[in-house]
Design a protein around this ligand. Sequence first.
Ligand code: HEC
Ligand SMILES: [Cu+2]
Length: 321
Amino acid sequence: MSILDPSGPAAHAQFRVWWAMLAVSVAVSLVLFSLWLYTFRRRPQPRRTAWQEQRIMLRWVLGGGVLLPVVSIVALLLLGAPTGRGMLPLPLPGGEEVELIEVVGHQWWWEVRYPGDEDQNDVVTANHLVMPAGEPVDFRLISADVIHAFWIPRLGGKRDMVPGRHSTIRLEADAPGVFGAQCAEFCGAQHTNMLLQVEAVERDEFDAWLAERRTPPEQVEDHDQAREAFGEHCASCHRVEGLPDEFAVGGREYDMEGPDLSDIGSRPTLGAGVLPMEEGAIAYWLQHHQTLKPGNRMPPHDHIDIETLENIGAWLETLEP
Ligand code: HEC
Ligand SMILES: [Cu+2]
């Protein structure tokens, strides 16, 4: 997650601004430090008249207080403005379409949506963002509760996610890879545990990944008891695509309380980076999530027996496209 290891055009531009700012601040510090040392070594000066004193003062005020800030701010603007402009969702010169991915910030997890059209559903996932590499991608950001900020340090950014207000940032990954992302605006107790794994893949692989998720996951027969328990205890907050109506209560709305679980079995982590996904991890999370991530918005499941939670966990792990 280091901005000093840039991996996209926006991040490279920000990296240059970062070094330029560092160089200038080091130069200014060195000059000030030398002046300070000089005051010790300087021989006593003849007494000046009040008029001379004032002229020297005026020179410092104009030079150091007006000229220096104006020059450095203009230089920073010349360097920074194109960097910011590079992250705006402007039309491409060739008129090509830019892939759009919606990201919704929640306390304390990320909802990721790939908009469909008239004949295609949205694809919805959480805490895992897959994007095509080698081409720009527009991230359309909003929040479901408080202000969060979307930040993939190695690709560039960041950008606030404000409730009730869409904003868009354009980022690109130079090459396939896995990048860490983190909420960058303090949003409550579990702000630190609001991580997002970003995976940039080749275009073909991205198309295949998305197409897989447009068809609902296969429902394995022998998990009926788990599905029933899910309908009773979980479906008011979580959605599983393709679940028969008698088990499903939730909708496709932005105000779903919890992450969409349709492809949970294929995701890299649980609880926005708190636990790596592996066999048995979901059942473990369901029993201990308030210890692993204290105060998170999922109520404890103490009223459900452990066997049922284990069954639900085993079923959810089968949900992968
Ligand atoms: C009141 C709403 C609510 C109920 C009921 C609820 N959950 Fe959750 N669940 C959440 C929220 C909110 C999160 C996100 C917590 C976080 O990471 O901060 C979550 C997270 C999860 C996750 C991790 C998802 C991920 O992508 O990391 C799983 C799995 C899960 N819940 C399963 C269940 C199961 C199974 C039940 C029923 C036994 C259930 N939940 C009941 C709200 C709920
Ligand atoms: Cu945050």
